[in-house]
Design a protein around this ligand. Structure first.
Ligand code: ZN
Length: 190
């Protein structure tokens, strides 16, 4: 009996090791759980001028790491596909005051408008509202011993940043977003 148990234990250990190895090999995919779900999603489409076009049903954008790496800069890849945070004030849009629309750098989904951007003093572009609630997804993020609400692109799962409840009126929210996850489309001057 003892021997049988021993065999069972050994079998269990082997299975665990195999599972661990598989997880190790698939580590990148594990991290990208939000990005690997396929199917359709409803988002609100906007023109580059920031005009609301309406609700559309589109395919989720699912790509491999290799495909994302071809499309993105190393910093854009780290932030959007591996949940990294860029150094404050280091790049991009925190100090951009031009009128226009901010789209997802990965899939082009409209995310934020310049008229909801405000000076948060953090060094990251900050908004009090997304263009449409459909275009973003949120989930609780327990990394670094904190409980924060992570903000992702609804269409491709790109990590955008976090949302906090210390923002200005009218929403009281502060969407603290990495520049590296955004591409700015300047409004045409009329
Ligand atoms: Zn996206």
């Amino acid at each position: 009996m003892k021997i049988q148990l021993g065999y069972l234990a050994a079998g269990a250990v082997t299975a665990l090791l195999a599972a661990g190895l598989t997880r190790h090999l698939l580590g990148a995919e594990d991290k990208m759980s939000t990005t690997t779900k396929g199917g359709k999603v409803q988002i609100v489409d906007f023109s580059d001028d920031g005009e609301k076009i309406g609700l559309v049903t589109v395919d989720r954008v699912v790509k491999t790491d290799e495909e994302w790496k071809k499309q993105l800069t190393p910093m854009q890849f780290k932030v959007t596909r591996q949940q990294a945070t860029e150094i404050a004030c280091s790049v991009g849009y925190w100090n951009n005051h031009e009128a226009g629309l901010y789209r997802c750098v990965c899939c082009g989904t409209a995310l934020f408008k310049s008229n909801t951007k405000f000076e948060s003093g953090t060094g990251w572009p900050s908004f009090w509202e997304p263009v449409a609630k459909e275009n973003i997804e949120t989930k609780t993020d327990y990394s670094f011993g904190m409980s924060r609400t992570e903000v992702n692109c609804a269409r491709c799962g790109a990590h955008l940043g976090h949302v906090f409840d210390d923002g200005p009126p009218p929403t009281g929210l502060r969407y603290c977003i990495n520049s590296a996850s955004l591409v700015f489309v300047k409004a045409k001057t009329k």
